[in-house]
Design a protein around this ligand. Sequence first.
Ligand code: DAT
Length: 178
Amino acid sequence: MAPGSSSSRKKPNILVTGTPGTGKTTTSSLLSDAAELRQINIGDIVKEKNLHDGWDDELECHIINEDLVCDELEDIMEQGGNIVDYHGCDFFPERWFHRVVVLQTDNSVLYDRLSSRGYMGSKLTNNIECEIFQVLLEEARSSYPEDIVVPLVSNCVDDISKNVTTLSDWIRSWHPTS
Ligand code: DAT
């Protein structure tokens, strides 16, 4: 197998996606410690490396430049062993990921989490609607092979532990040719 080809990777790449507040960063951070994978928070690198086209006043977030993000990450993703955390998934190259985890949270639980984060008005309702209509699950299913997309419930702290254990087990049993 050619060096650097996807089959020569020693560890898999995992995408953790879901509506804001479903626990992507918390889960990715714990999984990163448990499985010794590199955590890449897309929101953070967009800010740190200016991979955006300014600020969206209405959505109250940076306007991500997807091409710049993909260029920035290409080499590191080729090495494998990354957990990528972002509330979107349709612009990454499909070949990057071996598992796409979609975290899901009950609406009332998510409402409280986002409210305590200071979300209000249309930002709050848009995100709750995003969860109700399973927007991220649909996006993941239309962007990646069905058998690598895994929805996981993230309502309570026990769910986080279970999800980290499930994913750590999967990482341990992963083989580059699988
Ligand atoms: P995200 O990265 O999806 O926006 P986060 O990891 O920053 O979410 O979590 C948002 C807040 O909710 C944070 O205070 C931790 C808490 N939280 C996340 N998932 C949880 C869970 N399954 N049980 C309890 N609290 C959770």
